[in-house]
Design a binder for this molecule. Structure first.
Ligand code: TMP
Length: 209
């Protein structure tokens, strides 16, 4: 049995990652590949419970180190119970965010070093990395317009942080992509969903059977 491929979407809020994950799953299924579509934090019952703890806006919130540990714990459960078993069955796993989000948000934005975030990932998830990480990059005015158009969408605890925090997150993602060009594809997310979908499929072409 050939191991499946692990594809992650990354980027800031309003980048269109969830839409693109769904469109990619449809395109791969049309080619006869079995896909699992999932997200972080979340994807298993335990990780979804941790998601509610992390993103809820009740109470005083988490200290940065506790926040990083909770993301790593959610990911550990997700990797162990969902991602690795699916890959071993030969399925493709398409994940809306993975460890590079922890590196960008808890590392780049919240004061832990990149090495510390990667240590937590090694302990929790054996250091698993995607075969390809699609970084969807959207310019700030386009993000602002998209977020404003999401009717009644209240920002969560992390999405609601200030623009300097989100700018640091975007800069961190760019640094990671530049440092590991073989693992990342940078995708211009300003266009229509269809244009972005074509760019995603082109970036994925070398991995297709
Ligand atoms: P989203 O699923 O709507 O993108 O929301 C998840 C939020 O959690 C988003 O603000 C990014 C944040 N996040 C982190 O801070 N670290 C992580 O490791 C992950 C997966 C998400």
């Amino acid at each position: 049995m050939t191991r499946g491929k692990f594809i992650a979407f990354e980027g800031g809020e309003g980048a269109g990652k969830s839409t693109q994950a769904r469109l990619l799953a449809e395109a791969l299924s049309a080619r006869g590949l079995t896909c699992v579509i999932t997200r972080e934090p979340g994807g298993t019952a335990g990780a979804e419970a941790i998601r509610a703890l992390l993103l809820g806006t009740e109470g005083e919130g988490w200290h940065p180190r506790a926040e990083a540990l909770l993301f790593a714990a959610a990911r550990s459960d997700h990797v162990e119970r969902l991602i690795v078993p699916a890959l071993e069955r030969g399925e493709w796993v398409i994940c809306d965010r993975f460890v590079d989000s922890s590196r960008a948000y808890q590392g780049g934005g919240s004061g832990l070093s990149d090495a510390e975030v990667l240590d937590l990932h090694r302990i929790g998830s054996g250091g698993l990395l995607p075969d390809l990480t699609l970084l969807i990059e959207v310019s700030p005015p386009v993000v602002a317009a998209r977020l404003a158009a999401r009717d009644g969408d209240q920002a969560d605890r992390i999405g609601g942080r200030d623009s300097a925090y989100h700018a640091a997150v975007a800069a961190a993602f760019r640094r990671f992509a530049d440092a590991e060009p073989a693992r990342f594809a940078r995708i211009d997310g300003d266009g229509t969903a269809d244009a972005v979908r074509s760019a995603v499929l082109a970036a994925l072409e070398p991995l297709l059977p």
